[in-house]
Design a protein around this ligand. Sequence first.
Ligand code: AMP
Length: 320
Amino acid sequence: MSAMAAARLGFRTHVFSPEAHGPAAQVAAFSTVADYADMEALRRFAEAVDVVTFEFENIPAPALALLESLRPVRPGAKILEISQDRLLEKQFLNHAGIATAPWAAVHNMAALAPAAARLGLPAVLKTTRLGYDGKGQTMLRGPDDLAPAFALLAPKPLVLEGFVAFAAEISVMVARGVDGHVVAFDAVENRHKNHILDITLAPAPLPLTVLAQAQDIARTIAEKLQLVGLLGVEMFVTADGGLIVNEIAPRPHNSGHWTMDACSCSQFEMHIRAVAGLPLPPATRHSDAVMKNLVGPEDMALWPQILATPGLIPHHYGKT
Ligand code: AMP
């Protein structure tokens, strides 16, 4: 989707991916299929392009370091490093004065009980790295859950988070250009099924003051990170309208797909504009939208009906 947005702006995209025939390579001008550890392939790739960006977070640090030594990488490796590690992420956010769930690093089993005593139960134990869609995390409901939860996730570095009894989950996509100009899309509500994003409501059906505050938080994060590119900020909304940041993701986000059809400039175009050093237009929403994520054969069985239904706008990733 970023490659298609780039093409509309007259750019040709070169995709580097370990995956053959991946979605991006299907619509890009050039493609390199190689491992992220293949330094020679990375070097040839960097030498063939003007600027590098990514839309996948778990790119190994040495790969990005090499790319960054050869071409501008936007957003920068430092931002990726922060977003890859829940501890660095929370430290950064709290340092920037932004609320997160209360948390404690858990380096060994002996650290878990005191952490649980301090934060209270229920709490969520998570791996600090490589978690997504509910993977790499488990809920602690009572004292008996501590040892099995630790055994499940150890020996990876862990973080314990206080449980947030949220009223809603929302996200904001924010972009910052080379010139420092920041734009934020409207805050949207995200509803999950089996830990996977199911539905996004744009705008989030919440008080305008809460939505404006969510955008302010996203702008603050973009500025403190000196972001150049696009970043998603996931937040919990508490019953009293308080906002707690859960995660940041420096890339186009699942919960921002609605912008393709409800905004004059989509998150993907905003991403490409930011990393290519072009001006950023206002992130204006011209329509309300609901995004429904299609996951697996059951949902895809609806595809013919979706195509035949006026008002629905299908987008197929082209995943195998
Ligand atoms: P994450 O991988 O951190 O995005 O977490 C996946 C989902 O788990 C979130 O979208 C929430 O629904 C839930 N979750 C994660 N952390 C917490 C928490 N501290 N309190 C309550 N729910 C959480």
